[in-house]
Design a protein around this ligand. Structure first.
Ligand code: FMN
Length: 461
Protein backbone atom coordinates (compact mmCIF):
# COMPACT_ATOMS: atom_id res chain seq x y z
CA UNK A 1 0.00 0.00 0.00
CA UNK A 2 1.34 3.43 -0.84
CA UNK A 3 0.74 6.28 1.55
CA UNK A 4 0.48 9.75 0.15
CA UNK A 5 2.98 12.27 1.52
CA UNK A 6 1.53 14.82 3.90
CA UNK A 7 0.66 18.03 2.07
CA UNK A 8 2.32 21.16 3.39
CA UNK A 9 -0.21 23.83 4.30
CA UNK A 10 0.28 27.13 2.48
CA UNK A 11 -0.52 30.15 4.65
CA UNK A 12 -1.07 33.72 3.58
CA UNK A 13 -1.96 36.72 5.75
CA UNK A 14 -4.52 39.13 4.41
CA UNK A 15 -5.19 42.76 5.29
CA UNK A 16 -8.53 43.62 3.71
CA UNK A 17 -8.41 47.35 4.37
CA UNK A 18 -11.83 48.91 3.95
CA UNK A 19 -14.40 46.17 4.60
CA UNK A 20 -17.12 45.12 7.03
CA UNK A 21 -15.33 42.11 8.55
CA UNK A 22 -12.59 44.04 10.32
CA UNK A 23 -13.78 45.72 13.52
CA UNK A 24 -12.08 49.06 12.96
CA UNK A 25 -13.96 50.61 15.90
CA UNK A 26 -12.52 48.03 18.30
CA UNK A 27 -10.32 49.75 20.95
CA UNK A 28 -7.35 47.54 19.95
CA UNK A 29 -7.72 48.13 16.20
CA UNK A 30 -4.94 50.02 14.42
CA UNK A 31 -5.17 52.40 11.51
CA UNK A 32 -6.19 51.33 8.01
CA UNK A 33 -3.42 53.30 6.40
CA UNK A 34 -0.45 53.52 8.80
CA UNK A 35 2.66 51.55 7.91
CA UNK A 36 2.69 50.11 11.46
CA UNK A 37 -0.49 48.13 10.67
CA UNK A 38 0.99 46.42 7.62
CA UNK A 39 4.37 45.89 9.28
CA UNK A 40 2.83 44.23 12.32
CA UNK A 41 0.79 41.75 10.26
CA UNK A 42 3.68 40.98 7.89
CA UNK A 43 6.23 40.41 10.66
CA UNK A 44 3.76 38.25 12.59
CA UNK A 45 3.12 36.20 9.46
CA UNK A 46 6.84 35.76 8.92
CA UNK A 47 7.25 34.66 12.54
CA UNK A 48 4.60 32.00 11.77
CA UNK A 49 6.53 30.93 8.63
CA UNK A 50 3.66 32.00 6.37
CA UNK A 51 4.22 31.88 2.62
CA UNK A 52 3.01 35.35 1.81
CA UNK A 53 1.42 38.60 2.83
CA UNK A 54 -1.55 39.51 0.66
CA UNK A 55 -3.31 42.76 -0.20
CA UNK A 56 -6.63 43.18 -2.01
CA UNK A 57 -7.19 46.28 -4.11
CA UNK A 58 -9.95 48.84 -4.38
CA UNK A 59 -9.35 51.52 -6.99
CA UNK A 60 -12.40 53.59 -6.07
CA UNK A 61 -14.11 54.48 -2.81
CA UNK A 62 -17.24 52.37 -2.39
CA UNK A 63 -20.55 54.19 -2.44
CA UNK A 64 -24.27 53.67 -1.91
CA UNK A 65 -26.45 55.78 -4.19
CA UNK A 66 -23.52 58.15 -4.61
CA UNK A 67 -22.71 58.41 -0.87
CA UNK A 68 -19.32 57.09 0.26
CA UNK A 69 -19.25 54.20 2.77
CA UNK A 70 -18.18 55.32 6.24
CA UNK A 71 -15.22 52.91 6.38
CA UNK A 72 -13.80 54.15 3.09
CA UNK A 73 -13.18 57.62 4.44
CA UNK A 74 -9.88 56.22 5.81
CA UNK A 75 -8.77 55.51 2.23
CA UNK A 76 -6.66 52.70 0.85
CA UNK A 77 -2.97 53.15 0.07
CA UNK A 78 -1.42 51.87 -3.14
CA UNK A 79 -0.64 48.15 -3.04
CA UNK A 80 2.85 48.31 -4.57
CA UNK A 81 4.02 51.08 -2.26
CA UNK A 82 2.90 49.05 0.78
CA UNK A 83 4.55 45.85 -0.48
CA UNK A 84 7.81 47.60 -1.37
CA UNK A 85 8.02 49.07 2.12
CA UNK A 86 7.33 45.64 3.63
CA UNK A 87 10.19 44.15 1.60
CA UNK A 88 12.53 46.21 3.78
CA UNK A 89 11.22 44.85 7.10
CA UNK A 90 10.85 41.16 6.17
CA UNK A 91 13.34 38.59 4.83
CA UNK A 92 11.45 35.51 3.67
CA UNK A 93 7.78 36.38 3.37
CA UNK A 94 6.22 36.51 -0.10
CA UNK A 95 4.59 39.84 -1.03
CA UNK A 96 1.50 39.44 -3.20
CA UNK A 97 -0.54 42.38 -4.40
CA UNK A 98 -3.85 42.61 -6.23
CA UNK A 99 -3.57 44.69 -9.39
CA UNK A 100 -6.22 45.25 -11.98
CA UNK A 101 -5.78 43.94 -15.53
CA UNK A 102 -8.68 45.97 -16.94
CA UNK A 103 -7.32 49.44 -16.25
CA UNK A 104 -3.54 48.98 -16.02
CA UNK A 105 -1.18 48.57 -18.97
CA UNK A 106 1.06 45.48 -19.30
CA UNK A 107 4.30 47.46 -19.52
CA UNK A 108 3.76 49.30 -16.25
CA UNK A 109 2.46 46.17 -14.48
CA UNK A 110 5.44 44.10 -15.64
CA UNK A 111 7.90 46.79 -14.61
CA UNK A 112 6.39 47.45 -11.19
CA UNK A 113 6.08 43.80 -10.21
CA UNK A 114 9.52 42.86 -11.59
CA UNK A 115 11.01 45.77 -9.62
CA UNK A 116 9.33 44.56 -6.43
CA UNK A 117 10.69 41.11 -7.18
CA UNK A 118 14.27 42.40 -7.42
CA UNK A 119 13.94 44.62 -4.34
CA UNK A 120 12.63 41.70 -2.29
CA UNK A 121 15.02 39.05 -3.62
CA UNK A 122 12.37 37.03 -5.49
CA UNK A 123 9.36 37.34 -3.20
CA UNK A 124 6.82 39.14 -5.42
CA UNK A 125 3.44 37.91 -6.64
CA UNK A 126 0.58 39.48 -8.60
CA UNK A 127 -3.10 38.70 -7.96
CA UNK A 128 -4.77 39.40 -11.31
CA UNK A 129 -8.29 40.81 -11.03
CA UNK A 130 -10.59 42.23 -13.67
CA UNK A 131 -12.75 44.55 -11.48
CA UNK A 132 -16.31 44.49 -10.22
CA UNK A 133 -18.01 47.41 -11.89
CA UNK A 134 -17.80 50.26 -14.33
CA UNK A 135 -17.72 52.80 -11.52
CA UNK A 136 -13.98 52.23 -11.06
CA UNK A 137 -13.27 52.89 -14.74
CA UNK A 138 -14.15 56.56 -14.49
CA UNK A 139 -10.82 57.05 -12.67
CA UNK A 140 -8.84 55.83 -15.68
CA UNK A 141 -8.05 56.91 -19.19
CA UNK A 142 -9.80 53.80 -20.48
CA UNK A 143 -12.94 55.03 -18.65
CA UNK A 144 -16.14 53.01 -18.40
CA UNK A 145 -15.74 49.32 -18.45
CA UNK A 146 -15.50 46.23 -20.63
CA UNK A 147 -18.17 43.54 -20.92
CA UNK A 148 -17.43 40.55 -18.65
CA UNK A 149 -16.06 38.27 -21.41
CA UNK A 150 -13.86 40.99 -22.89
CA UNK A 151 -12.43 41.68 -19.44
CA UNK A 152 -11.08 38.14 -19.42
CA UNK A 153 -9.74 38.46 -22.96
CA UNK A 154 -7.90 41.56 -21.83
CA UNK A 155 -6.70 39.79 -18.67
CA UNK A 156 -5.33 36.87 -20.74
CA UNK A 157 -3.60 39.20 -23.17
CA UNK A 158 -2.25 41.30 -20.28
CA UNK A 159 -0.74 38.32 -18.50
CA UNK A 160 0.71 36.99 -21.77
CA UNK A 161 2.29 40.40 -22.48
CA UNK A 162 3.61 40.75 -18.93
CA UNK A 163 5.20 37.31 -19.10
CA UNK A 164 6.73 38.14 -22.45
CA UNK A 165 8.28 41.22 -20.89
CA UNK A 166 9.53 39.26 -17.89
CA UNK A 167 11.11 36.73 -20.26
CA UNK A 168 12.67 39.38 -22.48
CA UNK A 169 15.85 39.56 -20.39
CA UNK A 170 16.33 35.83 -20.16
CA UNK A 171 19.94 35.63 -21.32
CA UNK A 172 21.29 38.57 -19.39
CA UNK A 173 20.15 37.42 -15.95
CA UNK A 174 22.16 34.28 -16.36
CA UNK A 175 24.97 35.30 -18.65
CA UNK A 176 25.91 38.51 -16.86
CA UNK A 177 29.22 38.05 -15.11
CA UNK A 178 28.32 39.72 -11.86
CA UNK A 179 31.61 38.93 -10.06
CA UNK A 180 33.53 40.90 -12.65
CA UNK A 181 30.87 43.60 -12.63
CA UNK A 182 30.29 43.12 -16.33
CA UNK A 183 26.86 42.96 -17.88
CA UNK A 184 26.97 41.95 -21.50
CA UNK A 185 23.83 43.21 -23.16
CA UNK A 186 23.25 41.41 -26.43
CA UNK A 187 21.27 42.84 -29.27
CA UNK A 188 18.03 41.31 -28.00
CA UNK A 189 18.15 42.63 -24.43
CA UNK A 190 14.64 43.37 -23.28
CA UNK A 191 13.19 43.30 -26.79
CA UNK A 192 9.48 42.50 -26.98
CA UNK A 193 6.52 42.85 -29.32
CA UNK A 194 2.90 41.88 -28.94
CA UNK A 195 0.03 42.57 -31.24
CA UNK A 196 -3.34 41.25 -30.03
CA UNK A 197 -6.94 42.48 -29.78
CA UNK A 198 -6.13 44.78 -26.83
CA UNK A 199 -2.50 45.68 -27.35
CA UNK A 200 -0.11 46.65 -30.06
CA UNK A 201 3.13 47.19 -28.22
CA UNK A 202 6.81 46.78 -29.02
CA UNK A 203 9.97 48.04 -27.43
CA UNK A 204 12.54 47.15 -24.80
CA UNK A 205 11.84 46.19 -21.24
CA UNK A 206 13.98 47.87 -18.60
CA UNK A 207 14.13 45.32 -15.78
CA UNK A 208 16.35 42.19 -15.82
CA UNK A 209 15.00 38.70 -15.35
CA UNK A 210 13.24 37.93 -12.06
CA UNK A 211 15.19 36.22 -9.28
CA UNK A 212 12.44 33.54 -9.28
CA UNK A 213 12.24 33.08 -13.05
CA UNK A 214 8.98 34.98 -13.11
CA UNK A 215 6.99 36.51 -10.24
CA UNK A 216 4.09 34.33 -9.05
CA UNK A 217 0.69 34.86 -10.69
CA UNK A 218 -2.42 34.56 -8.49
CA UNK A 219 -6.01 34.90 -9.79
CA UNK A 220 -9.38 35.79 -8.18
CA UNK A 221 -12.72 35.45 -10.01
CA UNK A 222 -15.00 32.42 -10.08
CA UNK A 223 -17.15 32.54 -13.25
CA UNK A 224 -16.51 29.78 -15.83
CA UNK A 225 -14.31 32.23 -17.78
CA UNK A 226 -12.48 33.21 -14.61
CA UNK A 227 -11.86 29.54 -13.81
CA UNK A 228 -10.54 28.80 -17.31
CA UNK A 229 -8.30 31.82 -17.14
CA UNK A 230 -6.89 30.61 -13.81
CA UNK A 231 -6.57 27.02 -14.99
CA UNK A 232 -4.60 28.10 -18.04
CA UNK A 233 -2.40 30.77 -16.48
CA UNK A 234 -2.32 31.08 -12.70
CA UNK A 235 0.22 29.68 -10.23
CA UNK A 236 -2.33 30.14 -7.43
CA UNK A 237 -5.99 31.07 -6.91
CA UNK A 238 -7.58 33.23 -4.20
CA UNK A 239 -10.99 31.58 -3.84
CA UNK A 240 -14.09 32.32 -1.76
CA UNK A 241 -14.75 28.58 -1.04
CA UNK A 242 -13.56 27.84 2.47
CA UNK A 243 -15.86 24.95 3.50
CA UNK A 244 -14.57 21.44 2.79
CA UNK A 245 -17.39 20.40 0.38
CA UNK A 246 -17.27 23.68 -1.59
CA UNK A 247 -13.47 23.68 -1.57
CA UNK A 248 -13.28 20.09 -2.83
CA UNK A 249 -15.73 20.78 -5.65
CA UNK A 250 -13.86 23.93 -6.68
CA UNK A 251 -10.44 22.26 -6.52
CA UNK A 252 -11.65 19.27 -8.55
CA UNK A 253 -13.15 21.61 -11.16
CA UNK A 254 -9.94 23.65 -11.44
CA UNK A 255 -7.68 20.57 -11.66
CA UNK A 256 -9.88 19.17 -14.43
CA UNK A 257 -9.80 22.44 -16.36
CA UNK A 258 -6.01 22.69 -15.80
CA UNK A 259 -5.52 19.21 -17.26
CA UNK A 260 -7.29 20.38 -20.42
CA UNK A 261 -4.62 23.09 -20.69
CA UNK A 262 -1.90 20.47 -20.23
CA UNK A 263 -1.12 21.44 -16.65
CA UNK A 264 -0.53 19.07 -13.73
CA UNK A 265 -2.54 19.12 -10.46
CA UNK A 266 0.39 20.53 -8.45
CA UNK A 267 0.98 23.46 -10.74
CA UNK A 268 -1.88 25.53 -9.26
CA UNK A 269 -2.25 26.18 -5.54
CA UNK A 270 -5.77 26.99 -4.32
CA UNK A 271 -6.23 29.18 -1.26
CA UNK A 272 -9.63 30.29 0.01
CA UNK A 273 -10.13 33.32 2.22
CA UNK A 274 -10.81 32.38 5.85
CA UNK A 275 -11.10 33.94 9.28
CA UNK A 276 -10.68 32.37 12.69
CA UNK A 277 -11.87 32.75 16.28
CA UNK A 278 -9.84 30.94 18.94
CA UNK A 279 -11.39 30.15 22.33
CA UNK A 280 -10.38 28.34 25.53
CA UNK A 281 -13.12 25.82 24.79
CA UNK A 282 -15.38 25.15 21.81
CA UNK A 283 -18.23 26.92 23.64
CA UNK A 284 -16.07 29.93 24.46
CA UNK A 285 -15.01 30.21 20.80
CA UNK A 286 -18.61 30.03 19.59
CA UNK A 287 -19.70 32.74 21.99
CA UNK A 288 -16.82 34.96 20.86
CA UNK A 289 -17.71 34.30 17.22
CA UNK A 290 -21.36 35.21 17.86
CA UNK A 291 -20.34 38.44 19.55
CA UNK A 292 -17.98 39.33 16.66
CA UNK A 293 -20.69 38.63 14.07
CA UNK A 294 -23.13 40.92 15.93
CA UNK A 295 -20.60 43.74 15.66
CA UNK A 296 -19.90 43.01 11.99
CA UNK A 297 -23.53 42.81 10.93
CA UNK A 298 -24.61 46.36 11.61
CA UNK A 299 -27.95 47.53 10.14
CA UNK A 300 -26.03 49.42 7.45
CA UNK A 301 -23.95 46.40 6.47
CA UNK A 302 -27.02 44.18 6.21
CA UNK A 303 -28.84 46.73 4.08
CA UNK A 304 -25.88 47.23 1.74
CA UNK A 305 -25.33 43.48 1.36
CA UNK A 306 -28.91 42.89 0.32
CA UNK A 307 -29.20 46.05 -1.80
CA UNK A 308 -26.21 44.89 -3.79
CA UNK A 309 -28.04 41.71 -4.82
CA UNK A 310 -31.51 43.27 -5.26
CA UNK A 311 -29.99 46.40 -6.81
CA UNK A 312 -32.82 48.39 -5.18
CA UNK A 313 -33.20 50.82 -2.31
CA UNK A 314 -34.38 48.55 0.53
CA UNK A 315 -34.27 51.19 3.28
CA UNK A 316 -38.06 51.11 3.65
CA UNK A 317 -38.02 47.42 4.67
CA UNK A 318 -37.85 46.54 8.37
CA UNK A 319 -34.83 44.31 9.04
CA UNK A 320 -36.86 42.60 11.75
CA UNK A 321 -39.69 41.93 9.31
CA UNK A 322 -40.00 39.39 6.49
CA UNK A 323 -37.74 39.16 3.43
CA UNK A 324 -39.05 41.75 0.88
CA UNK A 325 -41.24 40.26 -1.82
CA UNK A 326 -39.87 42.46 -4.62
CA UNK A 327 -37.62 41.07 -7.36
CA UNK A 328 -34.07 42.26 -8.07
CA UNK A 329 -33.71 45.03 -10.65
CA UNK A 330 -30.59 44.20 -12.68
CA UNK A 331 -31.36 46.85 -15.32
CA UNK A 332 -31.21 49.85 -12.96
CA UNK A 333 -27.90 51.72 -12.47
CA UNK A 334 -25.90 50.07 -9.65
CA UNK A 335 -27.07 51.32 -6.25
CA UNK A 336 -23.93 49.90 -4.59
CA UNK A 337 -20.67 50.72 -6.29
CA UNK A 338 -17.16 49.39 -5.86
CA UNK A 339 -18.02 46.53 -3.48
CA UNK A 340 -17.04 42.90 -4.13
CA UNK A 341 -19.83 41.01 -5.90
CA UNK A 342 -19.57 37.22 -5.94
CA UNK A 343 -23.14 36.16 -6.80
CA UNK A 344 -23.54 34.75 -10.29
CA UNK A 345 -27.34 35.16 -10.62
CA UNK A 346 -29.38 37.72 -8.65
CA UNK A 347 -32.78 36.07 -9.21
CA UNK A 348 -31.53 32.63 -8.28
CA UNK A 349 -29.76 34.00 -5.19
CA UNK A 350 -32.91 35.79 -3.97
CA UNK A 351 -35.04 32.70 -4.68
CA UNK A 352 -32.74 30.47 -2.59
CA UNK A 353 -32.65 33.04 0.21
CA UNK A 354 -36.47 33.26 0.28
CA UNK A 355 -36.72 29.49 0.49
CA UNK A 356 -34.22 29.42 3.34
CA UNK A 357 -36.08 32.17 5.24
CA UNK A 358 -39.44 30.37 4.76
CA UNK A 359 -38.04 27.05 5.83
CA UNK A 360 -36.43 28.41 9.01
CA UNK A 361 -38.90 31.21 9.78
CA UNK A 362 -36.19 33.89 9.45
CA UNK A 363 -36.57 37.67 9.48
CA UNK A 364 -34.54 39.74 7.01
CA UNK A 365 -31.92 40.22 9.74
CA UNK A 366 -32.02 36.51 10.61
CA UNK A 367 -31.37 35.71 6.96
CA UNK A 368 -28.33 38.03 7.00
CA UNK A 369 -26.91 36.07 9.96
CA UNK A 370 -27.67 32.76 8.30
CA UNK A 371 -25.99 33.55 4.99
CA UNK A 372 -23.02 35.26 6.56
CA UNK A 373 -20.03 33.04 5.84
CA UNK A 374 -18.75 33.65 9.36
CA UNK A 375 -15.11 33.37 10.20
CA UNK A 376 -14.55 29.80 8.93
CA UNK A 377 -12.37 28.41 11.72
CA UNK A 378 -13.94 28.57 15.19
CA UNK A 379 -12.75 26.48 18.14
CA UNK A 380 -9.81 25.81 20.42
CA UNK A 381 -6.35 26.10 18.88
CA UNK A 382 -6.20 22.29 18.64
CA UNK A 383 -9.59 22.09 16.91
CA UNK A 384 -8.61 24.78 14.42
CA UNK A 385 -5.29 23.07 13.65
CA UNK A 386 -7.23 19.86 13.09
CA UNK A 387 -9.91 21.44 10.84
CA UNK A 388 -7.35 23.31 8.76
CA UNK A 389 -5.13 20.28 8.33
CA UNK A 390 -8.12 18.15 7.32
CA UNK A 391 -9.18 20.80 4.80
CA UNK A 392 -5.77 20.66 3.12
CA UNK A 393 -5.09 16.91 3.41
CA UNK A 394 -8.55 16.14 1.96
CA UNK A 395 -8.00 18.53 -0.96
CA UNK A 396 -10.42 21.28 -0.02
CA UNK A 397 -7.51 23.48 -1.07
CA UNK A 398 -3.76 23.87 -0.56
CA UNK A 399 -3.96 26.31 2.32
CA UNK A 400 -5.77 29.47 3.35
CA UNK A 401 -5.52 33.23 3.14
CA UNK A 402 -6.16 34.27 6.73
CA UNK A 403 -7.68 37.55 7.77
CA UNK A 404 -8.53 38.54 11.32
CA UNK A 405 -11.47 40.60 12.59
CA UNK A 406 -8.90 42.49 14.67
CA UNK A 407 -6.16 44.28 12.71
CA UNK A 408 -3.23 44.32 13.19
CA UNK A 409 -2.87 42.23 16.38
CA UNK A 410 -5.43 39.45 15.66
CA UNK A 411 -2.98 37.24 13.75
CA UNK A 412 -0.69 36.96 16.80
CA UNK A 413 -3.09 34.51 18.47
CA UNK A 414 -3.05 32.24 15.44
CA UNK A 415 0.73 32.31 15.15
CA UNK A 416 1.28 31.76 18.88
CA UNK A 417 -1.32 29.03 19.35
CA UNK A 418 -2.21 27.26 16.08
CA UNK A 419 1.06 27.42 14.12
CA UNK A 420 3.09 25.33 16.66
CA UNK A 421 0.42 22.61 16.51
CA UNK A 422 0.56 22.50 12.71
CA UNK A 423 4.35 22.33 12.87
CA UNK A 424 4.18 19.44 15.37
CA UNK A 425 1.95 17.55 12.95
CA UNK A 426 4.50 18.03 10.18
CA UNK A 427 2.01 20.02 8.07
CA UNK A 428 3.79 23.35 8.29
CA UNK A 429 7.46 24.22 7.89
CA UNK A 430 9.43 25.27 10.98
CA UNK A 431 11.96 27.16 8.86
CA UNK A 432 11.79 28.60 5.37
CA UNK A 433 13.40 26.21 2.93
CA UNK A 434 13.58 28.29 -0.22
CA UNK A 435 14.64 31.86 -0.74
CA UNK A 436 11.96 32.82 -3.26
CA UNK A 437 8.17 32.78 -3.03
CA UNK A 438 8.01 30.32 -5.92
CA UNK A 439 10.34 27.90 -4.15
CA UNK A 440 8.47 28.16 -0.85
CA UNK A 441 5.15 27.49 -2.60
CA UNK A 442 6.62 24.39 -4.22
CA UNK A 443 5.91 25.72 -7.70
CA UNK A 444 7.95 24.60 -10.70
CA UNK A 445 10.26 27.08 -12.35
CA UNK A 446 8.53 28.51 -15.42
CA UNK A 447 9.45 26.52 -18.53
CA UNK A 448 11.61 29.14 -20.17
CA UNK A 449 13.74 29.86 -17.14
CA UNK A 450 14.10 26.14 -16.37
CA UNK A 451 15.50 25.63 -19.88
CA UNK A 452 17.84 28.55 -19.54
CA UNK A 453 19.04 27.56 -16.10
CA UNK A 454 19.91 24.06 -17.25
CA UNK A 455 21.67 25.51 -20.29
CA UNK A 456 23.66 27.76 -17.97
CA UNK A 457 24.61 24.82 -15.72
CA UNK A 458 25.72 22.73 -18.68
CA UNK A 459 28.01 25.45 -19.90
CA UNK A 460 29.39 25.91 -16.41
CA UNK A 461 28.15 29.48 -15.99
C1 FMN B 1 -12.09 35.94 -3.65
C2 FMN B 1 -12.12 37.10 -4.59
C3 FMN B 1 -11.37 38.24 -4.30
C4 FMN B 1 -11.38 39.34 -5.16
N1 FMN B 1 -10.64 40.45 -4.85
C5 FMN B 1 -10.67 41.55 -5.64
C6 FMN B 1 -9.96 42.73 -5.32
O1 FMN B 1 -9.28 42.81 -4.31
N2 FMN B 1 -10.06 43.80 -6.16
C7 FMN B 1 -10.81 43.77 -7.28
O2 FMN B 1 -10.86 44.77 -8.01
N3 FMN B 1 -11.50 42.66 -7.63
C8 FMN B 1 -11.45 41.56 -6.83
N4 FMN B 1 -12.18 40.44 -7.18
C9 FMN B 1 -13.04 40.52 -8.38
C10 FMN B 1 -12.55 39.79 -9.57
O3 FMN B 1 -11.47 40.42 -10.13
C11 FMN B 1 -13.62 39.73 -10.66
O4 FMN B 1 -13.72 40.99 -11.25
C12 FMN B 1 -14.98 39.40 -10.22
O5 FMN B 1 -14.94 38.31 -9.34
C13 FMN B 1 -15.81 39.06 -11.46
O6 FMN B 1 -15.25 38.00 -12.17
P1 FMN B 1 -15.91 36.57 -12.13
O7 FMN B 1 -17.25 36.78 -12.73
O8 FMN B 1 -15.03 35.65 -12.89
O9 FMN B 1 -16.01 36.14 -10.67
C14 FMN B 1 -12.17 39.32 -6.33
C15 FMN B 1 -12.92 38.18 -6.62
C16 FMN B 1 -12.90 37.09 -5.78
C17 FMN B 1 -13.73 35.87 -6.12
Amino acid sequence: MTTRARKQIILAAYVGGVNEHTLWEHPDAGSQIDFSTFRHVAQTAERGRFDYFFLAEGLALRARAGRIFDHDIAGRPDTLAVLASLAAVTDHLGLVGTLNATFNEPYELARQIASLDHLSGGRAGWNVVTSFDAFTGANFRRGGFLPHSERYVRAEETVAAVRRLWDSWAEEAIVADKAAGVFRADADAGAFAQSTTQFDIAGRFTVPRSPQGRPVIVQAGVSPQGRDFAAATADAIFSPYSSLPEGKAFSADIRERAARFGRGPDEIKILPAAGFVIGDSAKDAEEKARHILEQQLTDKTIQVTFEQVWNRDLSAYDLDGPVPDVDPDPEAPSIIQGRAFVFQDRFETVRTWRELADERGLTFRGLAREISRGPGYVGTAAEIADQLDTFVQEDGGDGVVLGSHLVPSGLDEFVDQVVPLLQERGSLRSEYEGTTLRENLGLPLPARSAELLSAATETGR
